[in-house]
Every structure is written in C-alpha cells, then in structure tokens.
Write a protein that binds this ligand. Sequence first.
Ligand code: DGT
Ligand code: CA
Ligand code: CA
Length: 564
Amino acid sequence: MKNQEIADIFYNMADILEILNVNWKPQAYRKAARSIESMNENIETIYEKKGLKGIDEIPGVGKSIAKKTEEYLKTGKIKEYENLKKKIPKGLDELMDVMGLGPKKVKKLFEELKIKNIKELKTALKKHKIESLEGFGKKSEENIEKSLELIKQRKKRLLLGEVYPIVKELIEYLKEKKETKKVEVAGSFRRMEETIGDIDILAVSNNGKKTIQDFIKFPEVKRVLAKGNTKGVVLLKNNLQCDLRVVKENQFGSALQYFTGNKPHNIELRKIAIKKGYKLNEYGLFKNKKRVAGNTEKEIYKKLGFQYIPPEIRINEDELKKKIPRLIDYNDIKGDLHVHTRDSDGLNTIMEMALAAKKLNYNYLGITNHSKTRKISSGLEEKDLIKKIKEIKNTKVKGLKLLSGSEVDILKNGELDYSDKILKKLDIVIAAIHSGFKTDKKKMVDRILKALENENVKIFAHPFGRLINKREPYNLDFEKICKFCAKNEKYIEINAQPERLDLDYKNIKIALKHNVKFIINTDAHKKENLEFMRFGVAQAMKAWCRKKDIINTLPLKEFMKKMK
Ligand code: DGT
Ligand code: CA
Ligand code: CA
C-alpha cells in the first residue's frame, strides 16, 4: 500500500514550501497527508476503481494534490517534489530531524545565520549565536545540544546481552510500585534482536504522572530528556535512550503490538487488517469506528486470522504468510554443553558451575575447557585434563549429570589439539577455530572438515567466529559444512554469547534447509553466563527451529547416544 509513502512526500513538500516562504500551500499538503495517512482504504484501489475522481473525493485532498497523487501512482515520482528538493540546501532535511527544530525554526536558522546542516549548527552553538535569535533562547540552545548528542548516540547500538540485566531491573522496579498495573518491554528488546537501539517500555497505571516520576528516578538514569503525564524519556547511564509510555488498560494489547514491531511486520499486518475491512493502530483494531479488539495482542491476531505470534519472530519473513509450527521454547533446554571453569579461563569451580546449572533445572552440564595450544586461555595439558576428568566424575550434584569434555582447537592444518587416545576418554568433544581466521575459503573448509571427520568430534563450535561490531565472520563455505554435518551426525553449535550469537538466525535457516541438528550452548566463563541460553534460543526461534532440531532438549540418555 502506497498511502504512507504518499503522505510522507506531502509532509516533506509542506516543510520545504514553508522554508521557501510559500503561504497556504504547506497547510494544504499537511492536511492531505494526514488524511491519506489515516484512511482505511488502499489509495491504489481507489484509483483503480474510480480514477482521479476517487482521489479528489478523499477529504482534505484538492484537485491539484489529487493530480500529484495520480502522478505518483502512475510514475512513482512527483516532478514538483523533485524540483522543490533542489531549491533548498542539502543538509536542511537532517536539521529537521533535530528534536525541537521544525521547518519554521530551520528556516530561521538558515535565513539569519546561514545554517544549512548539523555541522554548521554545532559551530553556531559553540559561539552561542542561537540564543539571541527571536523565538529561540538559552533553553532552546540547551535543548538543541541535548538532541544533537542523542542523534550521535542513536548511531550506537548495544548488545542485547549488555542491555538485558538493566531492563530486567527496571521492569522489576516499576512492578514494585503500587500504582503500576502492568508493565512490559516492547521494541527490539522484546523481539530479542542482536543489538538494541533504544528501549521502549509500556505501562498501565492508576496514576500515570506518579509512574513517570518513579521512572525518571530509576537509579540507572543519567539524564531526563522529557517527562509528562503519560510519557517519559530518559538517557540511561549506558547511554541508551529509554522511553516509557503509560497507556489505557484496554489499549495495552494494541500498544504492545504496535511498539513491539518490527516496523515491516506492523506495516504488513496493517495491510492485512485493511484488506479484511479493519483499521489497526496503537489504540486498537477497529471496524467502522467500532473497536473490536485491543486489550490483548492475542485477540488482535486472532481477529485478523492468526495464531499468537511470538515477538521473536515478528520480523516480516514468513510469520504472516505460513502456518507457524510449535517452536523451540526457553524451557525446552535440558543442559548446557559448552562451559569453562577456572581450570582454563573461567572464573568459577566445577562445583559452582554445577550448582548454577542445577538452579536452571538442567539435567546435564558439559565442562569443556580449552585445549593445550590455547596458551592465552590457559588450555589444559593432557595430564591436567586427565585429572579433571576424575574430578568431574567425583563432583556429585543430585539430579544433574556432569559430563567431561573439551573445546579442542582445530589447528591450522586441520588436526586436533589432543590425540585420539585422550579424546576417547571424553563425553563431549567440541571442535573450534581460534586462530588462522584469514585462511582462504577453500582451505578453511578443508581444515574444518578434516577436524570434523574425527569420530570423536561431535560438535562444531561458533562456526563463523564473528564478534558483533568487532570481528567480521570468516570466509566460510557454510553449505558444504552443513551437508557434511547432516550426513555424518555432527552437530552445529548455536553459541549464545551475546557478542557471538554464532550461528545467527539467518545461517541457522540455511543449515535447517540441509537438515542439520543444532546444540545451543552458552560458552559460559562464569556461572552468571549460563543465563545467556535465552539469547541462543531466541536466534533459533527466529529461524523457526522446533524442539527436535535442537539436541540439548533431549533427555540425558538420548542425548548421550548422540555423543557416541
Ligand atoms: P531499535 O530501537 O532500533 O533497536 O528497534 P525498535 O524496533 O525497537 O524500533 P523503535 O524503538 O524505533 O520503535 C519501536 C517499535 O515501534 C517498532 O519496532 C515498531 C513501532 N514503530 C515505530 N515507528 C513506526 C512506524 O512508523 N510505523 C509502524 N507501523 N510502527 C512503528
Ligand atoms: Ca527500540
Ligand atoms: Ca523507541
């Protein structure tokens, strides 16, 4: 549907016309934009059925704007808009992105101070040239500065795992307040994306003003950017922006659906709603002005003909097109098989890790420290590994089976870092690449396959070696590896460390096509890290993995068969 595209163009035209001192027209464009944006019907359908006359009949749309709409529908362009864009300096549109700078103020800055872009705006701020302008002042200088800093920070995204503990804390903090009736995180956090741009929180409250006040007093808040009766915006100490919106109880479901996104999913769902004669927005699902759903997300999806769609998979891939099977769930995981202790580069003892695993209701835990070549990670010499196997056997925690293992380096020539004689003694052998990342594609795949051919090796760890925002994945003929693993009953790890998430969901999808089975591991280096499991499960969900695709959902006995 092109309604929004067209509305956006008319909004932009209004802004430009205003900057160019044209009277009346800006208001007319905005009125038309609002009308087109909020209507239920698809503007293309109207045009197909009734032609130009149909568009002319849209409230707020006059003859001349109707013609331009027709031009856009026919050619994908509006000539006048292209010409208008040329009449203003290039950076002005980015200036309108600065909070508190609408077209009027941008125009003023341009006319009086010749400011055309953010760079020139910064220079003017430094010289305090703006506060003396009519309609500005000291306060607006401060606001502009705040907004500029935000724009800078907006470009920085934090890892889901970095944000997770703070958000959990904030939610607990708000839940404890007695005026709070409901509170939930939305946005990319709820979808469990790899990185988070900002945090979006929704609440229902008996006293919105009080809730916002509590919110801005949360100890992790660095600065308050805005506060009102229903909305608060803060910058957290980790430099992430966090918004809290207080909504009406019967709109909670629709607001949660809207602010969970992602945006393409929402756009697609809205289109479907329109096709079925509804209108969907953050206030509810409507049929002819009558609200028919909105209290819960579930009833919205149901009315539109869908089962409940978990937030993790709302990414506009297949979730609105195909029937969704029962996906892997956070509670399905029975054990973690890639865990370090202080015997190599971890922080905790075997017993401490075991007790932490027991707390998570796991049935088994694999202790897999580094192998001898990994000197910087204190990899174990053979004789030390043998001692550890004994210690692991002797560590008893009721209901939890400890497995002895190793994360063995794949050396540059594809050989493994321990002899077969040693590997045979282990329950779990994970092969991993920690060096020679620059090996070319062909050699890399040979090197990996040579290692995986070893009958003792069952798991291939963090296949791409990527570190999010730090190290690119290495060049890999992944499909070849997938084929090999599927055929030879080797399992590919979904490493759940927040900075790895390796495989990511896109590669999990590729591997699934080849019938690969996976194991989700945390690669924990201290006991708290065992909680990373959820980040790996979320990636698996996004790829539509089912329980049977993930082998560490199996009961101990069956799992052990896979390791033989
Ligand atoms: P982020 O913050 O970059 O990590 O990603 P999100 O998905 O949290 O994005 P954000 O915070 O800009 O917006 C939160 C949700 O609000 C987004 O996922 C969907 C919804 N949303 C935002 N803008 C629009 C929009 O223009 N149209 C629709 N339909 N939904 C929107
Ligand atoms: Ca967000
Ligand atoms: Ca947001």
